[in-house]
Design a protein around this ligand. Structure first.
Ligand code: HEC
Length: 125
């Protein structure tokens, strides 16, 4: 009986809390929500946004000279630009079957930063 009662209480509390939520005045939309597909992408550039991502995720292999059988360096802006234009860098970081880095894809928001930068024409700074 006790169990039943506390179950009923819990249900009641859930109903009450969901009611109070839905009667709240309209929530203001977050103007800079990262996961709002309609949001304008942030302006991105290599020096401020891309270099650090490459450094911490790619240079362990794509150094100059490259190691661990990586075929090219990604150390400089020109290296990265070249890999975008001639080595399908974007497709490789988004690939689920053959991703870069090989140990697993970067978080979606990190990949989105690189994608936005490419869409914006690869500005250096
Ligand atoms: C653990 C070592 C390692 C890391 C870390 C790594 N790569 Fe690679 N990468 C390789 C190897 C080895 C190859 C060649 C084999 C292949 O294409 O899968 C390669 C190939 C590539 C290619 C294709 C080159 C071509 O001409 O086909 C791209 C583009 C690339 N990597 C980009 C990246 C980027 C961008 C990162 C970081 C986000 C990264 N890699 C991290 C080892 C690595």
């Amino acid at each position: 009986m006790k169990k039943l009662l506390s179950g009923a209480m819990l249900t009641l509390m859930l109903i009450l809390s969901s009611c109070s939520k839905s009667s709240d005045p309209e929530e203001m939309p977050d103007p800079v929500s990262d996961d709002d597909p309609m949001a304008m992408p942030m302006p991105r550039n290599y020096e401020a946004d891309i270099k650090a991502i490459i450094e911490s995720n790619c240079l362990s292999c794509h150094s100059n000279p490259p190691v661990n059988n990586a075929p090219m360096s990604l150390e400089t802006y020109d290296d990265v630009k070249n890999a975008v234009e001639t080595r399908s860098l974007l497709a490789r970081i988004n690939s689920s079957s053959n991703p870069m880095p090989p140990q697993g894809r970067l978080p979606a928001n990190t990949r989105q930063i690189i994608e936005d930068w490419i869409d914006q024409g690869l500005p250096e700074n």
